[in-house]
Design a protein around this ligand. Structure first.
Ligand SMILES: [Cu+2]
Length: 173
């Protein structure tokens, strides 16, 4: 009786050792799979289903961001390697859809030191909850400021800030 039990115990130990050796880096896989959802509504970006007038990322002029004018309450943390998905939800009274042809939609442009920024994507109005996506390649600690250039929407507050953070540790159990 004692001999078979000991053999089984050894097998389990050997298997555990093998799993440790072959297990891939878990952090990368998790970060690659995570998605951060950002709403575009009421000429703002936010992380709730509908945005409020105070959801302004930073103050921007036609030349670019105004130094020192970031809104800390609007900063959205995104893990390294995550996908950010901006969802067009600008329907209802006072929305972009509401203005018909006068509001063609919204876009996302990352600040890059130029007045125009780097275009990430665009979502047309009156097309439902269409999305713009971007994969975050920047390192933890990076602040990504972005804005909507359609009809100068950034001038009325359509700006946002992403803060890249380290990917979360793997779940235990
Ligand atoms: Cu816009």
């Amino acid at each position: 009786m004692a001999v078979p039990t000991r053999t089984a115990a050894l097998k389990v130990t050997a298997l555990a050792a093998l799993l440790v050796i072959v297990a891939p880096p878990v952090g990368d896989a998790r970060a690659a799979g995570s998605t951060v959802d950002v709403t575009m509504s009421n000429f703002r970006y936010c992380t709730t289903p509908a945005c409020s007038p105070t959801d302004v990322g930073y103050v921007r002029l036609s030349s670019g961001p105004v130094a020192g004018a970031d809104n800390p309450n609007s900063v959205v943390d995104v893990p390294e390697g995550a996908t950010v998905q901006w969802v067009y939800r600008d329907a209802g009274p006072g929305s972009c859809d509401f203005f018909g042809a006068r509001c063609p939609g919204h876009n996302v442009r990352f600040e890059d030191g130029t007045p125009e920024g780097t275009k990430i994507g665009a979502a047309r109005s009156n097309s439902g909850p269409t999305t713009i996506t971007a994969t975050i390649t920047q390192k933890a600690g990076t602040l990504i400021r972005y804005f909507c250039s359609v009809n100068g929407h950034y001038q009325t507050g359509m700006t946002g800030i992403l803060r890249v953070v380290a990917a979360p540790p793997p779940a235990t159990g």
